[in-house]
Design a protein around this ligand. Structure first.
Ligand code: AR6
Length: 168
C-alpha cells in the first residue's frame, strides 16, 4: 500500500523515516536539517561513525527523539540535466531504502520527495520514478506500507498524479 500525504515527516509515526541527505551524512538544510533538529544531537553523533554514504545508497540509524524508530539516510542525485545517470540513481535511493527497511523488520516507512528541493530534480520525473520504484517493491512485500510525505501542495499534486497515472 502506498499513500501520498501532505505534512512534516519529522512528526510521522512509522517504523522508519527516510532522510534526503548528502554524501557526508553530517546534516544540511531542507528535510535533512529538520530531521536532525527533531532527532537531537545523538543523531549527528551516530552519523559521524558511518563514514558517509554514496549517492543512491542508504544507511540506517536510530531515530532518537523522533517518533520514528529509525532514520534511513540516502543521498539523492543532484540534477544536472539528466545526463549523469540521475534517474537511475534516484530509483536506487528508493529501492535501497526499502531493502534496508525490510532487513530491519520495518513494516511502515515514510519518504520525503528525495532530490526535488535543493538538488533541483524536476518533480514530474522524480514523482514518476519514486512511485514506480515503491510500487515495484511493494508488489513483492505486501506486508509493508509506504507513505510519501509531501511538504507542499505542488509536490503533493505531482505525486498524486503519478500514482493515478501508474494505477490507471
Ligand atoms: N518534511 C517533509 N518534507 C520536507 C520537510 C519536512 N520537514 N522539509 C523539507 N521537505 P531537500 P534534496 C521537502 O532540499 O533536494 C540538504 O541540505 C522539500 O520541500 O530537503 O534531496 C541535504 O543535506 C522537498 O520537497 O532535499 C543535501 O545537501 C523535499 O523535502 C540536500 O539538501 C526534498 O528537499 C538534499 O537536497
Amino acid at each position: 500500500m502506498l499513500r501520498i500525504t501532505l505534512g512534516d515527516i519529522t512528526k510521522v509515526e512509522v517504523d522508519a523515516i527516510v532522510n534526503a541527505a548528502n554524501t557526508s551524512l553530517l546534516g544540511g538544510g531542507g528535510v535533512d536539517g529538520a530531521i536532525h533538529r527533531a532527532a537531537g544531537p545523538e543523531l549527528l553523533a551516530e552519523c559521524r561513525m558511518l563514514n558517509g554514504c554514496k549517492t543512491g545508497q542508504a544507511k540506517l540509524t536510530k531515530g532518537y527523539r523522533l517518533p520514528a524508530k529509525y532514520v534511513i539516510h540516502t543521498p539523492g542525485p543532484v540534477w544536472n540535466g539528466g545526463k549523469r545517470n540521475e534517474e537511475e540513481l534516484l530509483k536506487n535511493c528508493y529501492e535501497n531504502c526499502l531493502k534496508l527497511a525490510a532487513e530491519h523488520g520495518c513494516r511502515t516507512v515514510a519518504f520525503p520527495s528525495i532530490s526535488t528541493g535543493i538538488y533541483r530534480f524536476p518533480l514530474d520525473r522524480a514523482s514518476v520514478i519514486a512511485v514506480g520504484a515503491i510500487l515495484e517493491f511493494l508488489a513483492l512485500h505486501s506486508d509493508m506500507e509506504v507513505q510519501m510525505v509531501c511538504f507542499d501542495k505542488e509536490t503533493f499534486q505531482y505525486y498524486q498524479n503519478a500514482l493515478k497515472a501508474v494505477c490507471s
